[in-house]
Design a protein around this ligand. Structure first.
Ligand code: NAD
Length: 442
């Protein structure tokens, strides 16, 4: 292994830019490429195109250390990480067009490069994609054969938006799918040098298993959330039952574990919904109907409507009511609203004739691109609550946890709070607010 390998990153989304600055800020030579020239020019000027803790500071350090991005051409590294997007296509399967175009560009860059280059697919792709799609395109445009001139690996990314930098520096585990032994050896020795004595558990396997692990991982976590919501929806109908206590009880079982059992409005974001749908579509194409995963998604799709049903039952009707939405991003500490639960909630509220006032510490700009002036945007959480008939807590931002019962009581018209993320203690709020409701609480 080269002592100080050159790194290249292709695609500067949440994953690509975080990967690049984590490596570059530790002194590695990193170059990157994205087709979006405005994004690239911003990055080269220190502007991070999304909200993610620590990335801005690391980008500044990286630029000082010589990191640079380009939208003109790909400079291949000894290791080139492919981190382009793999969005959902209309039928739920994944859209491989960015993977194909990036493979073509990498193939062309490889044609004129000397020496050995390892190409690593970090994007989430369905099993078989690296061997069946990426490999033939790179071979065709480079005129080289994998194993002879370049190596190929799959290294799925498990970082979570909101804690992406921490997850990059301290991952639970690394999964390396290798086309051949040399590809796996190069990537493993790179990570051994990078993580030194903090190297996490590392699993080496073939390409297809590595691709599969990422999907199985997300499908399991999504299903665990939908399971918790199913129990919550049953508990809602049972006098005296409280899903928080039930979840705590089952979470104490080591075989189950306490994480991802929080009942609420369900999951959103750029990964879980897309990846579950992607695995369902892939499975159906392979001839198996994965009923369990279909239902995980279905439970999740219905969950936001539970909040609205609760609101309309309490208020009598949603028509003409002023509803405050606290939280728009799909989770705290990000501005990402891809498949955020806030979107179907706001859409339905508008359809029902309610007026919506929203507040989020980071995701207002992205949300305004979707709803424009159909909704109001408040400057603070308290401003959003002013004269509202009902407030729905959609995202569990830390600053919302600091709100006290008095804040709702003194500003809202009716103190009806639907706590979609269970951030408030019902014992405290029930006593001080006239009507407090938490979604999923029995
Ligand atoms: P993103 O949509 O935020 O960014 C993708 C980037 O790729 C964009 O900047 C786009 O301009 C660029 N791109 C498209 N075609 C290109 C090409 N031919 N050459 C160079 N750049 C190109 O994506 P993301 O959220 O960072 O996700 C990237 C991949 O990682 C996806 O497969 C995703 O499923 C996976 N993933 C994402 C997360 C997450 O939390 N966002 C976590 C784990 C895995």
């Amino acid at each position: 292994m080269i002592s100080s390998p050159k790194i290249s990153v292709v695609g500067f989304g949440y994953v690509g830019l975080t990967t690049a600055v984590c490596f570059a800020s530790r002194g590695l030579y990193v170059r990157g490429f994205d087709v979006d020239s405005a994004k690239v020019s911003g990055i080269n000027n220190g502007v991070v195109p999304f909200h993610e803790p620590q990335v801005s500071e690391l980008l500044k350090d990286s630029l000082k250390a010589g990191f640079a991005a380009s939208s003109d051409k790909i400079e291949l590294g000894d290791l080139t990480f492919m981190t382009v997007g793999t969005p959902s296509a209309g039928d739920g399967s994944i859209d491989l067009s960015y993977i194909k175009s990036a493979s073509e560009m990498i193939g062309k860059a490889l044609k004129n490069s000397r020496g050995y280059h390892l190409i690593i697919v970090k994007s989430t792709v369905v099993p078989g994609t690296t061997e069946g799609v990426v490999k033939p395109i790179i071979e065709s445009f480079s005129g080289k054969k994998v194993g002879d001139g370049f190596g190929l690996a799959v290294n799925p990314e498990f970082l979570r938006e909101g804690s992406a930098v921490k997850d990059m520096f301290e991952p639970d585990r690394l999964v390396i799918g290798e086309y051949d032994r040399r590809s796996g050896d190069v990537l493993e020795s790179f990570y051994k040098v990078f993580y030194k004595d903090k190297i996490p558990s590392l699993l080496r396997t073939n390409l297809v298993n590595a691709e599969f692990i990422k999907y199985a991982n997300n499908a399991f976590l999504a299903t665990k959330i939908s399971f918790a919501n199913t129990i919550a929806n049953i508990a809602q109908r049972v006098p005296g039952a409280d899903v928080t206590v039930i979840a705590k009880g089952i979470g104490l079982d080591n075989r189950i574990g306490s994480r991802f059992l929080n009942a609420g409005l369900g999951f959103g974001g750029s990964c879980f919904p897309k990846d579950v749908r992607g695995l369902v579509a892939f499975s159906k194409q392979s001839g198996y109907d994965p009923i369990l995963l279909n239902d995980s998604n279905e439970v999740n799709n219905r969950q936001p409507l539970v909040a609205l049903h609760l609101a309309s039952t309490i208020l009598g009707t949603l028509k003409g009511k002023r509803i405050a939405i606290l939280g728009l991003s799909f989770k705290p500490d990000t501005d990402d609203i891809r498949e955020a639960v806030s979107l179907p909630i706001i859409k339905k509220l508008l359809e029902e004739g309610a007026s919506v006032v929203a507040y989020d510490p980071a995701a207002m700009e992205n949300t305004s691109k979707v709803f424009g002036n159909q909704i109001e945007y408040a400057k603070t959480a308290l401003d959003a609550l002013k004269d509202a008939d009902c407030c729905i807590i959609v995202t569990e931002w830390e600053e919302f946890r600091l709100l006290r019962p008095e804040d709702f009581k003194s500003t809202m018209k009716n103190s009806v709070i639907i706590d979609g993320r269970r951030i408030f203690d019902p014992r405290v709020f029930d006593a001080k607010v006239s009507k407090f409701e938490a979604v999923g609480l029995g």
